[in-house]
Each structure stands twice: as structure tokens, then as C-alpha cells.
Design a binder for this molecule. Structure first.
Ligand SMILES: [Mg+2]
Length: 234
């Protein structure tokens, strides 16, 4: 574990214990890439879409999620348009909403763990409060956490769709603290794999942040801590 508060001065430094851990879902506790790949595979086969266009869908979808986090499109717009924009780019006719509904249903069955996620949740939840803060679709995230077996470790599963605000907005962090009955920001650590949502959001809200960076993609970051394994939180 490396504390990199001072850029350029990296030193080994254990993460002190916190009283409340807010943890991101996709790419942190659940393997979204694996789940999305399985759900897309089923969806593309169901609607007869060419499998070699799947990466093009991923790029369009990722661009829309970035715009949602920036606040330049709505969540409704993202879900109603993502398969339609993809289809138009490839000259395919489809019902964008119908395909999106089918895809989300498939995604809700996907509960692949990130390495060490369950052991970490088990250890942290035995000595601190743990809540999940995720930008996503409420029914899909709840079903995935149920299937993953993670619900016993989590006080609250805070989904942006239910809150009406996406990370990095302060409102979703505020809601998580309120649900956990936790007022002291100095004893809260946000853990996540995305700089623009998890880390920027936590920093702006005034709580400590920890970047989970298993692939070492982000040597430059504004998080208080960076870890490559979830075990380092324990
Ligand atoms: Mg994530």
C-alpha cells in the first residue's frame, strides 16, 4: 500500500482503520467487465446482432456514461438511446428500449466477484460499517449483490437511480452517510476504481478516498491512498 498524498513522494503507509467504508460496486466488488461481456453476448445472440460490433457498442456506452457523470445527459436518455445509437452506426434496425431492457435483465444475473472482495467485506464489516455507493440501475445492482452473497456484509446499497444523483455529486455521498446514521466525515473512507466518480466525488465531498487500481493504470491520481489488492484495506 502506498500513500501518495504528496505527488512524487511515495511511501509505504498502512491505511488507518475507518468507522464507515463506502465502497464502489463495479470494478471494485463486482467484475463488471465479465458480467457485461456475458450479458452482451446473450443480448447480441438474442437479437441477431453481429458479435464483431460489440466493441463499438462498448465505446458508445462508455461515452454516454462519461456524459452522465459530467451531467450533460440524463440517465433516461442514456438507457433509451445507447442501443439505438449503436444500431444507427451500423445500419441495424432495432427497438432500443426493448434491447436495453433485455440486456439489463441479463446483467442482473451477473455476480462475478472481484478478487478478494468477499473476504475483504467479511473482515471490514466485522469491525466497521460498510455501505456500497454505485452509479447504476437499482433492480440490477440489488439482484447482483444478492446473487454475489454480499448483502449480509452491507448496511446499505445506495444506488444512484434511487437517490436521483450520480457520483461524483455530493448528494449520493450525503445520502449514504445519512442512511448509515454517520455524521463524522473524518472517519469515512470511499474506496473505488474510478478517478472521475469515486475519487473526485469523495474529495469534493470532504471524505478520504482510496483508489483501487489492480492493473496499475493510474500512477497519477488525487486519492489519499492507492491499493492494488482489496486485502490491503483490511
Ligand atoms: Mg467502479
Amino acid at each position: 500500500m502506498v500513500n501518495e498524498k504528496t505527488p512524487g513522494k511515495q511511501r509505504t503507509h498502512p491505511i488507518p482503520p475507518y468507522d464507515l467504508y463506502l465502497i464502489d460496486a463495479d470494478g471494485t466488488l463486482l467484475d463488471f467487465e465479465a458480467g457485461e461481456a456475458a450479458a452482451l453476448d446473450t443480448t447480441f445472440r438474442q437479437f441477431g446482432l453481429p458479435v464483431d460490433t460489440m466493441d463499438s457498442y462498448r465505446r458508445i456506452n462508455a461515452g454516454l456514461w462519461r456524459r452522465l457523470a459530467e451531467g450533460t445527459i440524463s440517465r433516461e436518455r442514456l438507457f433509451s438511446s445507447r442501443f439505438g445509437l449503436f444500431a444507427r452506426a451500423h445500419g441495424i434496425a432495432l427497438d432500443s428500449l426493448q434491447v436495453n431492457r433485455f440486456f439489463l435483465e441479463q446483467l442482473s444475473h451477473q455476480a462475478q466477484h472481484m478478487p478478494g472482495a468477499e473476504a475483504m467485506l467479511q473482515a471490514l464489516s466485522s469491525r466497521a460499517k460498510v455501505a456500497v455507493v454505485t452509479n447504476g440501475v437499482s433492480f440490477a445492482q440489488k439482484e447482483r449483490f444478492r446473487r454475489a452473497g454480499f448483502l449480509p456484509y452491507i448496511r446499505h446499497l445506495v444506488v444512484s437511480e434511487d437517490v436521483g444523483a450520480e457520483k461524483p455529486a455530493a448528494l449520493i455521498f450525503e445520502r449514504a452517510l445519512a442512511l448509515c446514521g454517520h455524521a463524522d466525515k473524518t472517519t469515512v473512507l470511499m474506496v473505488g476504481d474510478e478517478l472521475a466518480t469515486d475519487i473526485a466525488g469523495a474529495n469534493a465531498f470532504g471524505i478520504a478516498s482510496c483508489l483501487y487500481d489492480p492493473a496499475g493504470k493510474h500512477p497519477q491520481h488525487q486519492a489519499a491512498y492507492r491499493i492494488s489488492s482489496l486485502q490491503e484495506l483490511v
